[in-house]
Write a protein of this length. Structure first.
Length: 302
């Protein structure tokens, strides 16, 4: 079976600026695939190329095994998306907007189908209200309804949680999982927040400055077998003397005054803290992240 999305050495240049640089990754049919990177990393540019809103400077994009360049119209019928901010006729109601979009797709929706659609995205009871009365989060929900209107095989979501309240984020997560598990839809989910992708996605790719940093299965990339453990102690001189004579010396990566950084598995952390406590080493703070979380935090805060 062909991948739902396949990018091969895709590059996009805007004059002298390279927004996307030889980007390659595959999204298999049935995946919930996380597309991560800090703001300005090239995510939205990549999604706009996949949606044929802009053309790549070089490289190849294939969807469902077909060239996007050669089969655009047929491919677009299989895709639903939210790219950036969804736009509507704000002087019309939510249902009137959906009826216009259904007509554009040559769909003959029944009243019960509209009811189901609005219930699915959490707008049941507000479908007859004018869109100009909607909050940003409600417009995001309506955008998702628009993306689902023609029952697409592939759904592309660019930062869909923007503007949603905590309950809205939970509802969206549940909807994405339902669409994937119960309806078999493939979903490419863009975000700059690692925890969002960790909650839903089976695979992911992280990009920065338009290039792939890392890609693979989420459970492998976020493994607890290779953690960066930061330990802050009361007396660093006593601590280093104790650690130098212990089995934990092999895990010590670096030291900066009171802060000790270890590289170890999560299951070893209780033993380390118990050892230091037994030797009367006061611990002020301890936290840990896996290597991907540590890197991602670094690039998103830089």
């Amino acid at each position: 079976m062909h991948p739902a999305i396949s990018l091969e050495n895709v590059t996009k240049k805007f004059k002298d600026f390279t927004a996307v640089n030889e980007l390659s990754f595959d999204v298999n049919a049935g995946d919930i695939y996380g597309f991560l990177g800090p703001n300005g990393s090239g995510k939205s540019t990549t999604l706009r190329m996949i949606m044929s809103l802009i053309k790549p400077t070089s490289g190849a994009i294939r969807l469902f095994g077909d060239s996007l360049l050669e089969n655009r119209n047929a491919i677009m019928k299989k895709i639903g998306c939210i790219i950036e901010k969804p736009d509507f006729y704000t002087y019309l109601s939510a249902k009137e907007n959906m009826k216009l979009f259904a007509r554009a797709h040559l769909l003959n929706y029944s009243p019960s189908q509209y009811d189901h659609l609005f219930e699915m995205v959490g707008l049941k009871g507000r479908e007859d209200d004018k869109v100009k009365t909607f909050s940003h989060g409600m417009k995001q929900r309506l955008g998702l309804a628009q993306a689902l209107l023609h029952d697409p095989q592939l759904i592309i979501l660019d930062e869909p949680n923007t503007g949603l309240d905590p309950q809205g984020i939970i509802d969206l997560r549940h909807l994405i999982l339902t669409l994937n598990k119960e309806q078999g839809k493939t979903i490419l989910f863009s975000s700059h927040i690692l925890s969002e992708v960790q909650e839903m996605c089976s695979k992911m790719v992280v990009i920065n400055n338009g290039k792939v940093v890392v890609q693979g299965r989420v459970d492998e990339l976020l493994s607890h077998e290779n953690l960066r453990v930061k330990l802050e102690v009361v007396d660093p001189d006593a601590a280093i003397s104790c650690i130098e004579e212990s089995p934990w010396k092999q895990f010590l990566e670096s030291r900066d005054e009171k802060l000790f950084i270890f590289n170890m598995g999560k299951k070893e952390i209780p033993s380390l803290t118990a050892y230091l406590t037994q030797h009367l080493i006061g611990i002020e703070r301890i936290d840990y992240r896996n290597q991907l979380e540590e890197y991602f935090l670094k690039i998103t805060q830089s």
